[in-house]
Design a protein around this ligand. Structure first.
Ligand code: ADP
Ligand code: ASP
Ligand code: MG
Length: 444
């Protein structure tokens, strides 16, 4: 079994979806995971904002605009009048559902149901197309098997068990279509795996089905060595290890959802990043092996808050760090980076929801300073201790940029630097010019 996930741009129009249909033509058993058509989840987020504000007039206008887009998709997508009729009925039902919230109470539960409509629409429309083309396939409802627990973590056991139950209903089927992103939560309500979550769906489904391969089809030819939205002259990396890919995804490489590598790593399932616009391009393959040069890629993560705790007392006396970490644990706030000295400890968080409460508690241990608008620059590669010189290259490239924190040695794959977000573009550009040797067999 292979898992093939197609992102928003890859299913962004009738034409793109037809291209996906031709890419999945083979007898090999596969589960195809689709995102919402590009722009849809953003539009649904906006609609939800208006509904929260009780701004029903503007919500209705946005709903109508989105519906019109889908009406056009239906017209462009199918040739058979019967299927067109069915597809128009389908979109009308979904939009009727969304519109019903202009008359009703709107809370986080309704919001999640609204956000789920994008993937429900794209998969149902795609399934109609396959039907029209006479391609035999089954639409699997992700809400029947994708589940997160009370800590919003995927329930791998439940997913594996219930996916098998669904698949077993269709022993003669080789092609399954399902929704990315959406799931049920611990209370059985509709929920989601956070923005960009379809990648995570694909790897969770891959792990649950013991797949031989997970393919993430997107709008670029693999993981690039730097953020192509910010820096010119980036290039795809042919091979990455699970750990390297996980670091890049977590620290801002948007091509992969931050958590999507782990399920594949745990089951040792290769992940390929491929381009729907250029299907013959090699892309990136992610496996357990690390190959290629010492410095492979950089990524940047914004909206970071740095917290420094300065203490007159013996800061690093045993038990001190535990007390500090316990404060973050109480507020379920993960720490990304940490550096220590004899008199102070600095750490960073990306979820500042409980910042004020955390700071109030930390003040019991000493003086607390907070810096917002920080970015973590993460340099990923194979920094085994025996290899020297990588640090020099990085610092040389960044010599004009103030560095707030540096973290090295946590893993052999990562050097992280904290800078002001206002310096990010310059930092990524200078690193691009200064640290890469292109010795990983990348294409130009
Ligand atoms: P999809 O809709 O297919 O999930 P995304 O927009 O989520 O696609 O991810 C693909 C985008 O990620 C690319 O178009 C690119 O702009 C962006 N991106 C950011 N960093 C990287 C990187 N290091 N390598 C490749 N793409 C990246
Ligand atoms: N449609 C969702 C989003 O836009 C999930 C995804 O595309 O991966 O965030
Ligand atoms: Mg994505």
């Amino acid at each position: 079994m292979k898992i093939l996930k197609f992102g928003g741009t890859s299913v962004g129009s009738a034409e793109r979806m037809r291209a996906v249909a031709s890419l999945i033509q083979s007898d090999e058993p596969k589960i195809v995971v689709l995102s919402a058509m590009s722009g849809t989840t953003n539009a649904l987020v906006q609609i939800a904002e208006k509904l929260y504000q009780n701004n029903n007039q503007e919500a209705k206008a946005l709903i109508d605009a989105l519906l019109n887009k889908y009406k056009q998709v239906v017209e462009d997508f199918y040739t058979s009048a019967d299927i067109k009729k069915k597809a128009h009925e389908l979109i009308n039902n979904h939009f009727e559902f969304i519109r019903s919230f202009t008359l009703d109470l709107f809370t986080i539960h309704e919001e999640r149901a609204v956000l789920a409509q994008g993937e429900l629409l794209s998969t149902a429309l795609f399934q109609f197309y396959l039907e029209e083309q006479g391609i035999s396939s089954v639409l699997l409802p992700a809400l029947n098997f994708m589940k997160i627990d009370e800590n919003e973590e995927p329930d791998a056991e439940y997913i594996a068990k219930n996916l098998q139950v669904e698949l077993a209903k269709y022993p003669d089927t080789n092609l399954f279509i399902t929704q990315g992103y959406i799931c049920r939560n611990a209370f059985g309500e509709i929920d989601n795996l956070k923005r960009g979550g379809s990648d995570y769906s694909a790897s969770l489904i891959g792990a649950a089905a013991d797949a031989s391969e997970i393919q993430i089809w997107t709008d670029i030819d693999g993981m690039h060595n730097n953020d192509p939205r910010i820096v010119k002259n980036t290039y795809p990396i042919a091979e990455l290890s699970f750990d390297e890919a996980a670091e890049l995804a977590y620290f801002g490489a948007k091509i992969l959802h931050p958590s999507s590598v782990l399920p594949a790593k745990q089951k040792n399932i290769p992940v390929k990043l491929l381009n729907t616009m250029e299907p013959e391009a090699k892309g990136t393959i992610i496996t357990s092996e690390s190959k290629g040069g010492s410095i492979k890629a950089v990524a940047a993560k914004d909206d970071i808050t740095a917290i420094k705790i300065k203490s007159g007392r013996m800061l690093l006396a045993y038990g001190f760090l535990r007390s500090v970490f316990e404060v973050f644990e109480r507020y379920k706030t993960p720490i990304d980076m940490i550096t220590t000295s004899e008199v102070a400890v600095s750490l960073t968080i990306d979820n500042a929801k409980f910042l004020n409460k955390i700071v109030t508690e930390l003040k019991e241990f000493g003086q607390v300073e907070v810096d917002t608008d920080q970015s973590i620059i993460c340099v990923v590669g194979d920094f085994i201790a025996e290899r020297s010189g990588s640090g020099l290259k990085i610092f040389e490239a960044l010599k004009a940029i103030p560095l707030r924190m540096i973290s090295y040695g946590g893993s052999k794959n990562n050097i992280s630097l904290l800078i002001n977000t206002s310096d990010k573009v310059e930092a990524l550009t200078r690193l691009n010019d200064g640290i890469f040797e292109r010795n990983n067999g990348e294409q130009a």
